[in-house]
Design a protein around this ligand. Structure first.
Ligand SMILES: [Zn+2]
Length: 409
């Protein structure tokens, strides 16, 4: 089995790994680099389309699937819910539409494709329906961690992998996002800790609570909804978030029709709905529709709204921001980006308080160490990390391979 990391050996994002056996190949992830810019075509991995059996997408984050629109046609293997989420999000994204036809990944069910046997393991991550992957071919066993954590709502999945790991791993491709961002002893907050924090902020805020969180971070939306139930606020979602929640296909995940959830549509999305004729989607989710001026402005303290930049004008026009707060519930590094700075200027102009309530989608260094030692691979190859030297402190046999370099498992 031959392997080469096309991208991701020395950076977070843009992950793409090629695995070759018996002259055939698969790709694991086809991610858009985080540094990529809108309108600039990305650099594509140089892969022989004739012998490409499939592209396996570990989870629905753009830095793992965003290259798909440019890739050669091949079956796309990913979780069924992940596939629905990418489809639901696609019309809201600037990228071109994606071809996603292919076999569904199902937790711990092996799939045979060419000379490869691929066994997906459902993991805990900030993306829904995320998998680590065991790839077997010609007697060799490669384990790809994908992105994972063990402090979210699905931590038991990762605990199980650590307590009964797949044996005889030749090479482990391990993500290391938190290496260099957190120290070895750092313990990340759990989603339950965050729930307490949201409850505290909701209770001390008189006006509207705006939460700047990703509509695709389903764990986080559950956390915020639970805090709403405790504090008597109604969770306000837009049509994008309503469609993503629906795409999970999971009856235990909050939906637009649930108690204490309301749909409210900013002007920018009303234009999109009209232009694209999404009237069925609007009908499906409008059972509990509310309006900024009629509802949010009357009793702003009754609501917690999942916020994004396009809301700024609507909320300003509705004059519903007295006593409001903004809770940043994403990676703090984003706060330095221009679009977040604009939001912060807007927040200050309206005298809103600022709060930070977030926990990473990635395992802390101590958990990475436990994970690596449980799987006990012959070699550990770093991926999805900016600080490669820190891998040496979590595992004895680390072998670094550069982007584009072929190596054997
Ligand atoms: Zn991810």
């Amino acid at each position: 089995m031959k392997i080469r990391i096309h991208r991701g050996a020395t950076e977070i994002g843009g992950s793409c790994v090629e695995v070759e056996a018996s002259g055939l190949r698969i790709l694991i992830d086809a991610g858009l680099p985080l540094s990529s810019q809108e309108g600039v075509p990305p650099v594509l991995p140089d892969v022989d389309p004739e012998t490409l059996c499939g592209i396996v997408i570990s989870h629905p984050h753009l830095d793992h699937y965003g290259l798909l629109p440019w890739m050669p046609l091949a079956p796309v293997l990913m979780g069924a819910a992940a596939r629905r989420i990418v489809q639901a999000a696609s019309p809201f994204m600037p990228q071109r539409p994606v071809n996603l036809a292919g076999t569904d990944l199902v937790n711990r069910q092996p799939i045979h494709i060419g000379p490869f046997c691929i066994t997906p393991f459902l993991v805990d991550h900030s993306a829904y329906d995320a998998y680590a992957l065991l790839i077997e071919a010609n007697g060799k066993r490669l384990f790809y961690s994908g992105d994972f954590r063990a402090h979210g709502r699905k931590h038991a999945l990762v605990d199980k992998l650590i307590s009964s790991p797949p044996p005889h791993i030749d090479a482990l491709l391990l993500e290391g996002t938190t290496l260099g961002r957190m120290d070895m002893e750092g313990i990340p907050s759990s989603e339950d800790d965050l729930e307490d924090e949201f409850v505290r902020v909701f209770q001390e805020t008189e006006g509207l609570a705006l939460i700047h969180a990703s509509g695709q971070n389903i764990d986080r939306l559950v956390t915020i909804y639970r805090a709403c139930l405790i504090t008597g606020r109604t969770l306000v979602i837009d049509i994008y978030t309503a469609l993503i929640l629906e795409a999970t296909g999971n009856p235990h995940i909050p939906q637009s029709q649930w108690d204490q959830i309301a749909l409210c549509i900013p002007q920018g999305q009303r234009i999109q709905i009209k232009k694209n004729g999404w009237f069925d989607a609007l009908d499906r989710h409008s059972g509990r529709r509310i309006y900024p001026k009629k509802h949010l402005a009357k009793k702003p303290g009754d609501y917690a709204l999942i916020f994004r930049g396009l809301w700024m004008n609507d909320l300003e026009r509705a004059e519903c921001l007295d006593g409001a707060c903004l809770i940043h519930s994403q990676w703090e590094g984003y706060l330095n980006e221009p679009r977040f700075k604009d939001i912060d200027t807007w927040r200050q102009r309206h005298g809103m308080t600022f709060h930070y309530a977030h926990t990473s989608g990635h395992a802390c260094p101590a958990k990475l160490k436990r994970f690596a030692n449980a799987l006990s691979p012959k070699i550990l190859v770093p991926i999805h990390s900016a600080v490669l030297e820190n891998f040496d402190s979590i595992y004895p046999n680390v072998v670094r391979h550069a982007d584009g370099e072929w190596w054997e498992a």
